[in-house]
Design a protein. Structure first.
Ligand code: SF4
Lengths: 438, 623
């Protein structure tokens, strides 16, 4: 609601039910764990660091198909790359920033360096503020020179975001940010490109672009602020609004069945799929950092409260009292437990089920161990969506290393150039049957 | 003939020009036959123009009229400007091809038919109630029935190929025969076949055999008393090649990239007749050309805009329906004031319209088809070879004036071919985009970057590439504050920016060369054209002038802004005629601008003008 603050905020009549007797959760346990032996990822655009929790590609046998003329990668070392693909090669590589302060910030940049002089014009209390603050705090730690960072957005409340980031940015048109980001990144692989979108922008009008961005694996971060409502247009149901939702455009209840964004992008061959929430900045920051360090298209769904048109849509997951029993925080290599260790998740056939870890019947050893690299498991976890009795997962669902679109595109150019030699226009003009007239 | 080893001497007749049309099923290889005949004609040093005409269906049912594919070629020792009004020789591979194309054949013209195909089933498929070869309906034409299928089968009976493969070679028989008939060299086709089937020696041998068989058939048969010869044309000296518009356009874009140092990014979604441009450019990887086959038309233009934001030259190509989808994004580029070239290979409309037919009906879409006051420069190509220069100009304007530019070509230009004097690259004027590396403003000792501070001459804004320190800035589709580029809802600012955007486009005209007049600088009638009608218009004007009429023509390349000298030129003529392949579009723009009584001449049949259609209108206006 950046353009005109809504004058008629209607508080939601229906509050999500809180499970009784739930005590507030401690802030602990949401730190994304770094599996042993994995080097912390380096800053994007600087070095192709292996993101935490990712086993090197190759030995798993999931070799990505290569276009013809593309050599397979060396044994097991790196994600398979086509020839000529520079691992952030010289020339286009952003200058490695000098070591910064204690937080690793380049040139001593701080959060303030990433803020602009523009007034932030979201409604007071909007979840977008927390996301902006988190991103601004994260940026100095990523080690990317400010001038190499670009934020691209579409239309909607969330899409005002680039105006508040003192980087390069574009506030484009409705739903099309992924297209612009694709062209930008394809031509400028050296840039660190972020897409800001919402549930209407990204899943409705721009749904087509979102899925194609994912399958192509363009090396960008896409943050989808999901508030399950159209905010900027003042409160119509969105493609993630729950079935039956009463809004201005659905006075008798919405008859649209909602998307499950995680399942959607997994189906679109996404290589990084995560979910976080506006009310947990620490978790959000960890997830965004991993998204940034992932080489490829990173999809991060952020549950974001629109306190004006859809207040409390996610309170059942985000509020202290309810959170422990309604959410589960995924950590690679760790057994899936929640409710402060009192409950776990077990795989029974193809179904997930909650097990009680307190009565001796089940132990942590019975819990499913999270494996971010398993597409099958991610698919099942993604279905933890509106399933009664089961918690909602947050964290990284899935991660896979696959050559990125921008690498492949530039790699193909380099490969063909190497094979054919740099193009000669003069010769090309004559590359046909020619004849002389005297 | 065996007792006549020496074939009877044929009478050779000189022709100044001729038009030939190959027509058959879309599976009969008529486009290949036509382009090989074109190549041989280029070797014979004739001027030429071609008109491929193929069905929208890829493989329409064999034998039907809607499956007919044709290739028309007009060539001569004189200046050839159009694919020919009337056909002198029709080669019809089946009844449907005859049915569809007979109306194009000149009275008294020749028709070679494959008699073997004129059997009951094919006649019925073509909608003939009786056999036109027998019922007298072809009276007045010189019909030459040839057993193409049978002769081909005979020639290849020992080839080892199967019946289907054998029958597929019969177009080579027709080609050989046509080459002989017009005294064209057979060597280019031999070379081409040898290359094309280098890996399939049996198919290569079969085709070569049939091609030669066709050539010699003309020599030996008594069906042809006369053989023709078309002497070389007087063309400007230099090195020539045959070129299609799609190829020339791709080369023009490439030249612009090289002369400006801008890497090209081409985003496109497959669409007839623009796909060939994507095919051409996607092969140019070793020139650094980036091509992106997008998920839809919108993504294609969006990616091009993103590429331009990154400092590349973003280009997108499509046809009318695709431009409709790109409209909002083009408006964004206009607001962002970033370079963008939108190529519209126009086709018959509205809606899906006539995908494989040519038309000029997207001019008003280019001119006005955006929300808000959104003017942008429009450039039109006028011949297949001219696509090169038009593309270069579109890129130059886009990158130096920081604006989207629409480049109008059409299906006829994209697929049509002509001999092309290979341009001298050194004569192309290089251009430099307004890149900035440093802040462009200082206040209170602080340096700042104003993304919308304009060049005083062109009003173009600076182009700051991401990655440049201290020029971080945000742009978007919301109205911008003058100079700072910040979002602004200020009423006066909106008016100012609207005016500046319009003025910026108007100033592009300052760089236009003087408009050339074809004919005398004054007279009774001026024919005003744009786009692919150039050949027909100039041929019509030439013919009118020969008949003593005081007629001239001019062709407008820059459709927006219009060249500044037009008004003065118009004042020197009594009457003004505007022929267009649409229902009257440019004529409206001209009337609106000049308030003069422009007379329209409109043809909306998916086909180019015949010269005679324009001369008839000229006659009508001058009597
Ligand atoms: S999302 Fe809701 S609360 Fe946030 S700015 Fe938009 S309308 Fe206001």
């Amino acid at each position: 609601m950046a353009d005109q603050n809504p004058k008629d905020p209607k508080p939601k009549g229906v509050k999500p039910a809180m499970p009784p007797g739930v005590r507030p959760a401690g802030p602990k346990g949401v730190k994304p764990a770094m599996p042993p032996g994995v080097k912390p990822a380096g800053p994007k655009g600087v070095k192709p660091a292996m993101p935490p929790g990712v086993r090197p590609a190759g030995p798993k046998g999931v070799k990505p198909a290569m276009p013809p003329g593309v050599r397979p990668a060396g044994p097991g070392k790196k994600p398979a790359m086509p020839p000529g693909v520079r691992p952030a090669g010289p020339g286009k590589k952003p200058a490695m920033p000098p070591p910064g302060g204690g937080d690793g910030a380049p040139r001593g940049l701080t959060r303030q360096d990433f803020a602009t002089d523009q007034d932030v014009r979201w409604c007071p209390g909007c979840g977008d503020y927390a996301i902006l603050a988190t991103v601004q705090r994260l940026m100095p730690e990523l080690g990317v020179p400010r001038e190499n960072v670009v934020f691209i957005s579409g239309i909607g409340c969330s899409s005002r975001f680039p105006y508040y980031m003192n980087t390069y940015g574009m506030h484009s048109i409705h739903g099309r940010a992924p297209t612009i980001a694709t062209g930008l990144k394809a031509g400028r692989p050296d840039l660190d490109v972020w897409i800001i979108t919402g549930d209407g922008d990204g899943l409705s009008i721009g749904g087509n672009h979102l899925i194609h961005l994912m399958r192509r694996n363009v090396d960008v971060q896409l943050l989808l602020f999901n508030n399950q409502i159209y905010g900027l247009t003042k409160g119509q149901y969105s493609p993630t609004s729950e079935f039956g939702k009463v809004t201005k455009s659905s006075p008798y209840g919405s008859i649209d069945y909602p998307f499950n964004p995680i399942s959607l992008v997994l189906g679109a061959e996404a290589t990084f799929v995560a979910r976080t929430m506006d009310r947990d900045p620490k978790h959000m920051k960890g997830i965004l950092r991993q998204a940034h360090n992932h080489r490829g298209a990173s999809f991060v769904e952020i549950y974001q409260n629109c306190n004006i048109f859809n207040d409390g849509a996610f309170f059942q997951f985000t509020e202290k009292d309810a959170k422990p029993d309604t959410t589960i925080f995924l950590e690679h290599g760790k057994p899936m437990t929640f409710s402060r260790g009192r409950k776990g998740i077990r795989l029974n056939g193809l179904q997930l089920e909650v097990i009680d870890l307190t009565d001796g019947a089940w132990s942590v050893d019975d819990c499913l161990v999270h494996d971010e690299t398993s597409r099958e498991q991610a698919t099942i976890l993604g279905r933890l969506f509106q399933q009664p009795g089961l918690p909602r997962p947050f964290g990284v669902f899935y991660r896979e290393l696959r050559p990125t679109y921008d690498e492949l595109l530039q790699g193909q150019i380099e490969d063909v150039t190497r094979r054919k030699g740099p193009g000669d226009l003069e010769a090309l003009l004559r590359a046909a049957e020619t004849w002389e007239i005297h | 003939m065996s007792d006549h080893p020496q074939a009877p001497e044929k009478h050779v007749e000189d022709l100044p020009e001729a038009t030939i049309l190959f027509a058959g099923d879309s599976g009969d290889g008529m486009q290949l036959t036509g382009s090989q005949f074109t190549l041989a004609t280029a070797y014979a040093m004739n001027d030429l123009a071609t008109l491929p005409d193929f069905p929208a269906e890829i493989r329409a049912p064999a034998g039907t009229t809607y499956g007919v594919s044709g290739f028309q070629l007009h060539f001569g020792s004189v200046h050839i400007r159009t694919p020919g009004d009337e056909v002198d020789l029709l080669v019809a591979m089946n009844p449907a091809a005859l049915k569809v194309n007979l109306r194009r054949v000149r009275r008294g013209g020749a028709i070679i038919v494959n008699v073997d195909a004129f059997e009951e089933k094919n006649l019925k498929l073509a909608g003939y109630e009786s056999n036109p070869l027998e019922d007298g309906s072809l009276k007045g034409y010189h019909v030459i029935p040839i057993e193409l299928t049978k002769l081909t089968r005979e020639a290849l009976k020992d080839s080892g190929l199967n019946q289907k493969e054998i029958d597929r070679s019969k177009n080579m028989f027709a080609l050989g025969l046509a080459l002989w008939l017009y005294s064209r060299p057979i060597e280019p086709a031999i070379e081409w076949l040898s290359r094309k089937f280098a890996k399939k020696p049996d198919v290569r041998e079969a085709n070569l055999q049939v091609l030669k068989k066709g050539y010699h058939y003309g020599e030996t048969t008594e069906q042809f008393a006369v053989r023709y010869q078309v002497p070389p044309a007087k063309l400007k000296p230099g090195t020539y090649r045959a070129i299609r518009g799609a190829e020339a356009l791709a080369l023009g874009l490439l030249a612009a990239g090289q002369k400006s140092g801008l890497p090209l990014f081409y985003g496109s979604y497959p669409i007839t007749p623009a796909s060939d441009l994507l095919h051409e450019l996607s092969r140019l990887k070793n020139f650094g050309v980036m091509t992106f086959q997008a998920e839809d038309e919108i993504a294609a233009v969006g990616a091009a805009i993103g590429a331009s934001f990154g400092g590349n030259l973003g280009i997108t190509g499509t046809s009318g329906p695709g431009v409709a989808l790109k409209t909002e994004a083009i408006g964004l580029a206009l607001m962002l004031e970033l370079p963008l070239v939108v190529v519209n290979m126009q086709r018959g409309g509205p809606s899906t319209g006539l995908p494989t037919k040519t038309e000029q009906s997207d001019l008003l879409q280019a001119m006005y088809g955006r929300n808000g006051d959104a003017p942008l420069p429009i450039v039109a190509a006028s011949t297949p070879g001219d696509c090169f220069e038009a593309a270069y100009e579109a890129c130059r304007i886009a990158a130096t004036h920081m604006t989207p530019v629409i480049l109008l070509a059409d299906g006829y230009l994209a697929n049509g071919a002509e001999p092309w004097l290979i341009p001298d690259l050194d004569r192309l004027i290089p251009f430099r985009p307004p890149f900035v590396a440093r802040p462009n403003h200082e206040s209170n000792g602080h340096e700042a970057f104003l993304p919308y501070a304009r060049d005083p001459e062109t009003l173009a804004r600076p182009w700051a590439k991401p990655g440049t320190p201290n020029l971080e800035h945000r742009i978007g589709g919301l109205e911008k504050q003058h100079e700072t580029g910040n979002v602004s809802y200020d009423p006066d600012n909106h008016q100012l920016m609207t005016r500046l955007r319009a003025e910026k486009v108007e100033r592009v005209a300052r760089e236009f060369p003087p408009t050339e007049i074809n004919g005398d600088p004054e007279g009774d009638l001026l024919v005003i054209g744009w786009g692919s009608t150039r050949g027909s218009i100039e041929a019509a004007v030439e013919s009118a002038r020969k008949r003593g009429q005081k007629v001239s023509s001019l062709h407008v390349r820059y459709l927006n802004p219009l060249p500044p000298d037009l008004g003065e030129i118009f004042s020197r003529f009594e009457r003004l005629l505007v022929p267009e392949l649409n229902n009257g579009q440019f004529v409206r723009i001209l009337r609106d601008r000049f308030l003069l009584p422009f007379v329209p001449l409109n043809k909306v049949q998916g086909l180019p003008f015949k010269t005679s259609e324009i001369t008839a209108k000229i006659d009508e206006m001058l009597t």
